[in-house]
Write a protein that binds this ligand. Structure first.
Ligand code: NDP
Ligand code: MG
Length: 381
């Protein structure tokens, strides 16, 4: 029996993780955490019977306590609750599927208590990779990728020597606005940005896919996960999302993982690694698909990608500023307070204003986040 806990159980990755639990009777859920959706959390508790449940928002935790008053589940709240869940005994794998930098501290607490991390929450590695990766090594804790591209890379590295890798080919669908020019982008609405051609995901990452900020975050995530330099990663736009990413070796061989776009595969692979479990579902029929195409990303139109590459090059606290500015700008865009192109403009404004710190501590990262939020508020109008 493998026992797991999920941070962000009510979200897109969280609910798909629970589908895998449903299909695999040797997985057991020990703890669940979410932000505010007490109604869905109640349903999940009744079905999966965890020992502990956390709602980040106090009001939601109070509501949940009433809803599950008849059950033997402990209900916690806030960051204290997330940290207690991360460090508690009684489970082996923490699935980090919250959205945003809120995942950093619980991930650190879980590593320090020896938990394997199945990582979907890329913002944690982007901003604190220099703290997380050495900490995981120190505690002998694996960080297993859930992000589809990184899972594909991880699968393509299987059995090979890391020093024989020459490049990582990180694929990108290009998002719903691929091929558009800046003038067209200026009028794109929230509804347009949320229409992803291949994947159904949470709102924040769907907007990040439309700006290509998601790809920039994934480049940084890959650098940390696989210990490669920026110059070893090539972003390849591949609109069909069939090749989930690939690794080129020193002899020129390219090994890739292919499949229909479905997050359940990378989630399940992380949960059972190094085993590969059977999974039901539609299979990839290459002859039905016929054509796979590739192109270079348009870094001039999609400034989210070029700004992210700049943040990655500059390093230190700059990826935190890039990420925090994006989190805030995307929230404003989803709230219809700013236009689509303002997302990248605000990120750039925050990055230009920031005084970079080399090798920031956790406190400095959280401070850079808070300062970025504050500065962005002051320039957004
Ligand atoms: P969703 O928005 O669908 O879900 C986010 C989850 O986080 C919800 O359960 C939400 O709870 C919870 N949450 C939000 N704030 C807090 C908080 N302060 N404390 C505790 N829980 C909180 O996001 P996704 O599932 O799409 O994405 C999750 C992560 O996985 C992101 O980092 C994303 O980049 C990454 N990822 C996602 C993919 C996908 O296919 N969706 C693919 C690859 C990576 P509630 O709803 O109750 O407020
Ligand atoms: Mg991805």
């Amino acid at each position: 029996m493998k026992k797991i806990a999920i941070l962000g159980s009510t979200g897109s990755i969280g609910t798909q993780t629970l589908e895998i639990v449903r299909e695999n009777p040797d997985l057991k859920v020990t703890a669940l955490a979410a932000g505010s959706n007490a109604a869905l959390m109640e349903k999940q508790i009744r079905e999966f019977m965890p020992q502990t449940a956390v709602m980040f928002e106090e009001k939601a935790a109070a509501e949940l306590k009433v809803r599950v008053g008849d059950l033997p589940v402990r209900v916690l709240c806030g960051m204290d609750g997330l940290l207690e869940l991360a460090a508690m005994e009684g489970y082996e794998v923490l699935v980090t599927a919250v959205v945003g930098m809120i995942g950093i501290r619980p991930t650190i607490a879980a590593i320090e208590s020896g938990k394997t991390i199945a990582l979907a929450n890329k913002e944690t590695l982007v901003t604190a990779g220099h703290l997380i990766m050495p900490l995981a090594e120190k505690h002998g804790v694996p960080i297993l990728p859930v992000d589809s591209e990184h899972s594909a890379i991880f699968q393509s590295l299987n059995g090979e020597k890391r020093e024989r890798v020459s490049r990582i080919l990180l694929t990108a669908s290009g998002g719903p606005f691929r091929g558009r020019n800046r003038q067209e982008l200026a009028s794109m609405t929230v509804e347009d940005a949320l229409k992803h051609p291949n994947w159904s995901m949470g709102k924040k990452i769907t907007v990040d896919s439309s700006t290509l900020v998601n790809k920039a975050l994934e480049v940084m995530e890959a650098c940390w996960l696989f210990g490669v330099g920026l110059d070893q990663i090539q972003v390849v736009v591949h609109p069909q999302s069939i090749i989930h990413s690939a690794v080129e070796y020193v002899d020129g061989a390219v090994i890739a993982q292919l499949g229909l776009p479905d997050m359940k595969l990378p989630i399940q692979y992380a949960l059972f690694y190094p085993d590969r479990r059977p999974m039901q579902g539609k299979r990839l029929e290459l002859c039905d698909i016929g054509t796979l195409t590739f192109e270079r990303p348009d870094m001039e139109t999609f400034r989210g990608l070029s700004l992210g590459m700049r943040a990655a090059r500059e390093g230190g606290s700059m990826p935190t500023v890039f990420n925090a500015a994006n989190e805030k700008a995307v929230a404003l865009f989803l709230n219809r307070q700013i236009g689509f192109l303002s997302i990248a403009e605000l990120i750039e404004g925050c990055m230009d204003h920031h005084r970079r710190i080399e090798n920031p501590s956790l406190e400095e990262i959280l401070q850079a986040e808070a300062e970025t939020y504050e500065y962005l508020e002051s320039i957004k109008a």
